[in-house]
Structure formats: structure tokens, C-alpha cells
Design a protein around this ligand. Structure first.
Ligand code: IPE
Ligand code: IPE
Ligand code: MG
Length: 246
């Protein structure tokens, strides 16, 4: 932690929390046992991000494609979400954390919808870490929603096709209130994006670790941030331009 340059922290970190199932199976346990332990990592990482001074943290908790998993696993995950949110909201609120949920939330069971709504409302005025949970989320779904929204504005004459800019699309995304992630972490040794924030990750630094999500802790987060701080972000320019600030 002492080695971190606090002036060069990523404002927004996004994490694909992967490897719960394999972590459990390696211990001869049911996949749900892995999801259950993954919650400890979520608690630890949210606390750590908040302590370090990260402003935005997005966690990929459940994808649109995850609905196609065996019914028992999906049901187990849904009840884990409901229980965890209910249990954690008082502490999150006490720590001044503001919760957001992005994704196709209409697909969630009613008790989950109610829990999310309660969590969002309770923490709405908090000013600390903004914790964004991607739930029933996929980037392609999000982009289609945004395009429909823009098409409707064009159809009703509120906008002309030539008015469409990057900012138009960005405003129509579910992440419109947040800056793009600067660092994206994926655990468990998978090297893919799996339909997560495809547009928003355009210039994110990507960090992959073999560590399975249930084993991921504050020290692993700090390692990822240190790695981020060792990189030169060029945004299409040359190294010389970046170094001389031209
Ligand atoms: C991530 O762990 C959690 C969710 C996708 C809900 P996985 O369940 O994908 O674990 P592995 O990848 O099968 O090990
Ligand atoms: C991505 O993990 C989704 C979440 C972590 C919520 P998956 O385990 O579903 O991704 P794939 O299937 O390996 O690409
Ligand atoms: Mg997985």
C-alpha cells in the first residue's frame, strides 16, 4: 500500500469476478459454495477500494448469459444476492457508499428487485465510493437499449441522425453518470471480456490474474493498481508526446 502513488489512482476500477465455480469444485464442493465465499471477497474489495480512495467500482456479478446456467445455480445466486444486499446495506450506508445497479433488472425476481430498490434509495445521498453492480447485464444488451432510445428521438424529430456524437451514445448508456473505467481486472485466468462494458473499456488498462475470485483480497487489488501505475497510457499518441505532454 505504501508503494501506491495516491495522485495516480484509477478513478474507476471494473472487475469481472470470475472463478467461483472452479474454486469450489477444486475443494470438492458445490459451485454455490464458491459463490457464497465470493461474497467475502466482495466485502473485502469494496472496503479496500473505499479506503484506498477509489471513486467508482463496478463489479460484474451476473451476466445476461448467466441466466442460461442450471436453474438451481441461478436460483441459488438470486437468493444469495437478496440475502447479501439486505445484510450489507447498513454497513455500506455507514461507510458513505452509494449503490447503483446496471443491467436488465426487469428479468430479476420480485424480491431481488425490491432489495435493489431499497439499497439504491437508502444510499442515494451518500458521497463516498460509488459502487456499481452489473446484474443481469450484458454490453450488447445495453448498446441495443441505447440505440433504440436514440432511434426514438430521431423518429420523433427531437434529434437528427447527423447530431449523433460519442456523447449522444454515452448519455444513453446505463453508465452515463460514471467516467469510463481506467483499470479492468479479471480473476481466475480467463483472458476475455465476456460482454462486459465493451464501449466503456475502449481505453482501459486490462489486468488478468490466475487468482480465483474467492481468494482475491486487498493485497491483490493493490498489486493490480501498482501494475496499472507502471504502465504508460498513450491514447494513440507516441511515447515521446506523452512524456513531453505535447
Ligand atoms: C463467477 O464465477 C460468478 C458468476 C459468473 C456468477 P463462475 O461461476 O463463472 O466460476 P467459474 O468460472 O465457473 O469457475
Ligand atoms: C462473466 O463470467 C460474468 C461474471 C463474472 C458475472 P462468466 O464465467 O459467465 O464468463 P465466461 O462464460 O467464462 O465467458
Ligand atoms: Mg466463470
Amino acid at each position: 500500500m505504501d508503494n501506491l502513488d495516491l495522485n495516480r489512482l484509477p478513478k474507476h476500477i471494473a472487475i469481472i469476478m470470475d472463478g467461483n465455480g472452479r474454486w469450489a469444485q477444486e475443494k470438492g464442493q458445490d459451485r454455490l459454495y464458491g459463490h457464497f465465499h465470493g461474497v467475502q471477497s466482495v466485502r473485502n474489495i469494496v472496503e479496500a477500494a473505499s479506503e484506498i480512495g477509489i471513486k467508482y467500482l463496478t463489479l460484474y456479478a451476473f451476466s445476461t448469459e448467466n441466466w442460461d446456467r442450471p436453474a438451481a445455480e441461478v436460483a441459488g445466486l438470486m437468493s444469495l444476492f437478496v440475502d447479501t444486499i439486505a445484510k450489507e446495506v447498513p454497513d455500506l450506508h455507514k461507510n458513505n457508499i452509494k449503490l447503483h445497479f446496471i443491467g436488465n433488472l426487469s428479468l430479476l425476481p420480485d424480491d431481488a428487485k425490491a432489495a435493489l430498490q431499497n439499497a439504491t434509495q437508502t444510499t442515494a445521498n451518500n458521497t463516498g465510493l460509488e459502487l456499481i453492480i452489473a446484474l443481469s447485464y450484458s454490453s450488447r444488451w445495453e448498446l441495443i437499449q441505447a440505440i433504440k432510445n436514440i432511434a426514438e428521438k430521431v423518429q420523433t424529430g427531437q434529434m437528427q441522425p447527423e447530431d449523433i456524437q460519442e456523447a449522444t451514445l454515452e448519455a444513453a448508456l446505463s453508465t452515463s453518470a460514471f467516467p469510463d473505467p481506467e483499470l479492468m481486472i479479471r480473476t481466475s485466468g480467463e483472458y476475455r471480456i465476456s460482454n462486459f462494458l465493451l464501449y466503456q473499456l475502449a481505453y482501459a488498462e486490462l489486468y488478468f490474474t490466475e487468482t480465483r475470485w474467492p481468494d482475491f483480497r486487498k493485497k491483490d487489488l493493490i498489486e493490480a493498481i501498482l501494475d496499472f501505475q507502471s504502465r504508460e497510457r498513450r491514447f494513440g499518441k507516441t511515447s515521446l508526446q506523452v512524456q513531453t505532454n505535447e
